[in-house]
Design a protein around this ligand. Structure first.
Ligand code: 5GP
Ligand code: MN
Ligand code: MN
Length: 472
């Protein structure tokens, strides 16, 4: 793959047939994926062939291989020019995302209280495969309400406060959810998992604010140095996974009828305006609402434990997804166009002044939540004006080792002890599960964030360090 360095944090893959637009990779030289081990840059070029794609096929600095689309990829298609939507451009964990809550509590006040707090959080957070959930739905109509109402419905039922919704992307729910387009199998898989973490990479972490880069913005977000926070990373569980599976299969069957040819079967797609495209977007929106309700419920469980163990509440800083397609209006070559923006392992980053921001964030921009790893740190960023890639940035550090490689690298060592030696308390997760998620499995999150900022995608606001983690 030939890369042209356009500027220090921006590389171009020149357009060649059958690409419709160039590829653009935001990264430093040392963050570029190793072409021998990871085919994600080929995937960036493949995505550039999709009908209706505008501008470029983008990769964020945390890019790595994914199903069809790379993880850390952004692609927008023009809805009015037969632009397509692709389930692989959203990913299997629809609306997987991150929620950050902040306590009116200083890290030093946790001295002597951390172990019972972590025990409580561990016990209150359903995790792993099929091991219960915060919410036991009493009837089918309740799941329907979750799929339509997302966090709004969870708050209505007492799992949170109105103010939470102001600090949720889309005020806690996306419009246009169509539960009728969700298969019975997907409903079956999702019904017993509302309010559960899931496995592996998903977590609930107690963190402390280690560094603030911008006082004014941090204050507006509700963050200050030394403060204790809780970060939750989870998504739409079996429901989203099944929807992705269903629609990849369904679209693969009708692609030729729509005159679409793609270089990789995993890029199955259909025009946004087609029957299949609209059905997928309706089902995807339902899964997005499920994911938001899921994080709302996990937060409600954590708040109870926090209040009991520390006497303090948890205020929502923000809740944002990093696997989603959204119909948004953007300037393309000087014209306003309606685009289907796919962000897969990429985070929306609205700049200051954007009309979709709540009043109390209007002057500072959207909080962008970037988990790093359970052993290193995580970041809070904000959007910047005039950024490329449709107001998007990275979503994490990004994997460099496959799960298998990570387990092999940890052989003979005890990951729990290694974390304990760093004073990081761990709950949940098997030894293998922890080994898969050790910091060495991921890129250096600070380098990723530096590249994202250097490329003009976002700006740093604060850095958080792990204190204790409940792993899925
Ligand atoms: P993904 O959504 O791609 O599964 O994960 C997003 C990011 O979360 C990963 O790229 C990684 O940087 C980060 N991550 C995974 N596990 C943990 C964890 O236990 N704690 C923190 N803070 N970050 C994690
Ligand atoms: Mn996920
Ligand atoms: Mn995720």
């Amino acid at each position: 793959m030939d890369l042209v360095e356009e500027s220090p944090y921006r590389f171009r893959i020149d357009r060649h047939d059958p690409m419709r637009v160039p590829g653009v990779v935001f990264a430093s030289r040392s963050l570029l994926p190793d072409a021998g081990a990871d085919k994600s840059l080929e995937q960036v070029a493949n995505v550039a062939t999709l009908p209706g794609i505008v501008d470029a096929s983008y990769a964020m600095p945390d890019v790595h291989w994914g199903y069809g689309f790379p993880i850390g990829g952004v692609a927008a298609t023009d809805v009015e020019q037969d632009g397509v939507v692709s389930p692989g451009g959203v990913g299997f964990d629809i609306s997987c995302g991150v929620r950050l809550l902040a306590a009116d509590l200083d890290r030093t006040e946790l001295d002597g209280r951390l172990e019972p707090l972590m025990d409580g959080l561990g016990a209150a957070t359903p995790r792993g495969m099929g091991k219960g959930a915060v919410w036991h739905l009493s009837k089918d109509s309740e799941l329907d309400a979750v799929l339509r109402g997302g966090s709004r419905y969870a708050v209505e039922r007492g799992f949170g406060v109105e103010r939470d919704l102001v600090r949720c992307e889309d005020y806690g729910a996306v419009d246009d959810a169509n539960p009728a387009q969700v298969s019975e199998r997907a409903v079956e898989r999702g019904a017993r998992q509302v309010g559960s973490l899931g496995s592996g990479n998903h977590f609930l972490e107690v963190q402390a604010v280690e560094e603030v880069y911008d006082d004014r913005v941090a204050t507006a977000f509700g963050l200050r140095p030394g403060q204790v926070c809780v970060m939750i990373h989870s998504g739409s569980r079996g429901l989203g996974h099944q929807i992705c599976t269903d629609y990849v299969r369904g679209m693969a069957k009708v692609m030729t009828r729509h005159g679409i040819h793609v270089p990789d079967r995993q890029l199955a797609c259909a025009p946004v305006s087609s029957h299949e495209g609209r059905a997928y977007l309706g089902a995807m929106a339902a899964a997005a609402n499920y994911a938001r309700a899921n994080r709302q419920l996990l937060a409600a469980a954590a708040r109870k434990v926090f209040e009991r163990e520390t006497g303090r509440g948890l205020d929502l800083v923000y809740d944002i997804s990093h696997n989603l397609a959204k119909i948004e209006t953007h300037d393309v070559d000087g014209a306003r166009r309606s685009l289907c923006v796919h962000r897969k392992g990429a985070t929306r980053a609205l700049p200051p002044g954007h009309p979709d921001l709540p009043d109390d964030l209007r002057d500072v921009g959207q909080p962008v939540l970037i988990p790093g790893s359970m052993g290193t740190g995580s970041y809070v960023l904000t959007g910047v004006p005039g950024a490329p890639a449709f107001a998007s940035t990275c979503h994490g550090a990004g994997r460099v080792q496959s799960r298998k490689q990570a387990v092999k690298a940890e052989r003979g060592q005890d990951p729990r002890r290694q974390l304990a030696a760093q004073d990081i308390a761990v709950r949940g997760a098997s030894r293998r599960g922890l080994a898969e998620e050790m910091p060495a499995a991921y890129k250096d999150v600070s380098a990723v964030v530096e590249a994202a900022e250097g490329a003009g995608l976002c700006r740093r606001v604060a850095r958080l360090v792990p204190v204790g983690v409940v792993k899925g």
